[in-house]
Design a protein around this ligand. Structure first.
Ligand SMILES: [Zn+2]
Length: 371
């Protein structure tokens, strides 16, 4: 469908002056205004069409472009217009009215209709978990102080809006009487007001109650994650919908294990003698200690991987690993005798570094870890 000529839309001649254009537009805006034509799609289209025509013809710059190029001159950013014929939206149109009608009371405000359902506010709590709880998942019972609707509160229909939830204002404008609707300030748009309420309740018939809420924490949660427990926030006044309880997860640092996503890392320090001779040693995991055997000649920097001893993921299958980083403790503050022992060891060939291909370099191990 091709676009109608803007002059034709407003019913004015090409030589029409600003005053005449404005007058023509006012007439159409009043005739097709949505408040006068509720749920009338055709009227809404006419209303938008007129607004668009007025927007162009009331601006000297846009009018000149339009006169020269027609609708083609209005497209794109250069035209400052309505890109691709999408038309103006209602907000644009209503904001334009200040200019046309000299401001004040012409339907620019809230256009919400009907009763609103009120939602209670959300409650927020922090929940601290240790790594074992993260690894296994846990049910926590938490005391929450929430606003609830008290027993024995009775309601009547709001006197101000008579239950409709909105009030209609009639204002006199140069266009004649115009109706505007806005949420009822007395009942906050829900159409009810309190008839009777117990003494210990607030103005909305609500009171604070401590409730024990069971929160199921899935395994694998991470620091700063938020869990939502639906409906366990504050109740809404006038029997609306409950808010939610938002649980902010904080994971406590483990004394020995460092978390990296699903993997855990443990720095294991062994003595020079244990490295040389091999040893059985204990490693902490989230679920207690495990024994591992270190072969004789284990090198500093070696990384051992305990499969499945890491953490599960909250979003996927599989469990991470526990990576044990071997650090050989170089003796410090040696006594005279000990120094002699190491001096003598210098003559021994087996004390001289002799890395083979099997002893991966630091960089190879890093690659392996993240590969
Ligand atoms: Zn009301």
């Amino acid at each position: 469908m091709s676009k109608r000529d803007y002059y034709e839309t407003l019913g004015v001649s090409k030589s029409a002056e600003t005053k005449e254009i404005k007058k023509a537009y006012r007439k159409l805006a009043v005739k097709y205004h949505p408040d006068k034509n509720p749920d009338n799609k055709a009227a809404e289209e006419k209303f938008k069409e007129a607004a668009e025509a007025y927007d162009v013809l009331s601006s000297a710059e846009k009018k000149q472009k339009y006169d020269q190029f027609g609708h083609a001159g209005m497209g794109g950013a250069a035209g400052g217009g309505f890109g691709g014929g999408g038309g103006m939206n209602m907000d644009d149109i209503f904001s334009q009215f200040g200019d046309v009608f000299g401001g004040g009371g012409f339907g620019g405000g809230s256009r919400s209709r009907g009763r609103r359902v009120v939602k209670g506010s959300d409650l927020r709590i922090r929940l601290s978990l240790n790594l074992k709880e993260v690894a296994e998942g846990i049910d926590k019972k938490i005391k929450v102080s929430r606003l609830v609707n008290a027993e024995g509160v009775t309601f009547t229909t709001c006197n101000t809006c008579h239950g409709s939830g909105q009030i209609t204002r009639i204002s006199n404008t140069i266009l004649g009487q115009m109706q505007t609707a806005s949420p009822c300030p007395h009942c906050n748009g829900n159409g009810k007001s309190i008839d009777k309420r117990p003494q210990d309740t607030d103005a909305n018939g609500m009171l604070k109650e401590t409730e024990t809420v069971k929160i199921t924490i899935p395994a694998g949660v991470e620091d700063d994650m938020q869990l939502k427990v639906s409906g366990k926030g504050n109740a809404a006044p006038f029997e609306g919908i409950n808010g939610d309880l938002i649980v902010l997860i904080q994971v406590e640092e483990h004394e020995q294990l460092i978390r990296d996503g699903q993997n855990l890392h443990f720095d294991h320090y062994i003595s020079f003698a244990d490295a040389a001779l091999g040893t059985n040693t204990e490693i902490p995991t989230v679920s207690g200690k495990v024994k591992i055997k270190l072969e004789e000649g284990v090198q500093s920097g070696k990384i051992l991987r305990l499969k499945g001893k890491g953490l599960p993921s909250v979003n996927s299958y599989g469990v991470g690993d526990l990576l044990i980083h071997i650090n050989v403790w170089t003796p410090q503050n040696l006594s005279k005798e000990e120094k002699l022992f190491f001096e003598a060891s210098k003559k021994s060939k087996s004390f001289t570094p002799n890395p083979t291909h099997k002893d991966k370099s630091f960089f190879d191990r890093v690659k392996e870890m993240f590969g």
